[in-house]
Write a protein of this length. Structure first.
Length: 250
């Protein structure tokens, strides 16, 4: 029973949201009644969130809409455009931090193959960086966050506090003109603030779908960011809000 319930948690975390009927397809020998009892137990122990007809992962329920793999499949064209814009900022021997998000992963695919020092907390971004012979890539240590496929915990920040970057590139869980950049986890908020201290330019990669997409208790003021790189789909009110905060929009 414990093994099946862990498999259910892992499946929901991968998919973000799942229906009981889909769950039944993965466990054909288990009755609907038993699967619903499993969901009820996992909800009561705060491992997932039950919803009508199925369940959501905790990140999906609090606003990080999907896990890494489902996010990667959305707004692909916009993310590629943003990545290409970001890559044009770079020159030989720049030192960079690149976050673990899906748009940051697209950036790692199109970096110029020139001498660069690139640090990341992402496992997928590290794999993309390994394909470039002229890029010196370093992955920061820590505990693996399976939903975002990245390292987290004190070791990440111990490493960052010893470094300095020309550019730090991050994604965001969302943007609200009245609050700034939304952080749905303590790790994301701490990463923003730490990189602000150790980077000449803090750059947020954000497609238009992130505007008003999430709300959380942790927010980073717009003025903490130097540059937002977007897909050209930001509304004029958002552009004005960023400009008033001193943020350049590309």
């Amino acid at each position: 029973m414990d093994t099946r319930r862990q498999e259910i948690v892992d499946l929901i975390n991968r998919e973000g949201k799942i229906s009981v009927s889909t769950l039944k397809m993965h466990f054909p020998d288990v009755s609907d009644v038993t699967l619903r009892k499993d969901l009820k137990y996992l909800d009561s122990t705060r491992q997932i969130i039950r919803v009508h007809g199925g369940a959501k992962s905790l990140p999906a329920a609090i606003g990080t809409v999907d896990n890494f793999y489902t996010r990667s499949a959305k707004h692909i064209g916009e993310k590629k455009l943003i990545a290409e814009k970001a890559a044009r900022l770079l020159g030989p021997n720049h030192a960079l931090f690149v976050g673990s998000g899906s748009t940051c992963t697209e950036l790692c695919k199109v970096l110029p193959d020139i001498p660069l020092q690139v640090f990341t907390d992402g496992l997928v971004t590290a794999l993309e960086l390994s394909k470039f012979p002229n890029i010196e890539a370093t992955i920061l240590g820590g505990e693996v966050n399976t939903n975002d496929i990245r390292a987290s915990g004190p070791k990440v920040f111990d490493g960052l506090n010893q470094l300095h970057f020309d550019f730090a590139f991050l994604g965001t869980d969302g943007y609200r003109s009245d609050y700034g950049f939304v952080c749905c986890s303590a790790h994301s908020a701490a990463l923003f603030l730490t990189l602000r201290k150790c980077s000449d330019k803090l750059v947020v990669l954000m497609d238009h779908s992130k505007v008003n997409a999430a709300r959380a208790a942790r927010n980073i003021a717009s003025s903490q960011v130097d540059i937002v790189i977007s897909d050209g789909g930001l509304e004029s009110s958002v552009m004005k809000s960023l400009s008033q905060a001193g943020v350049a929009v590309l």
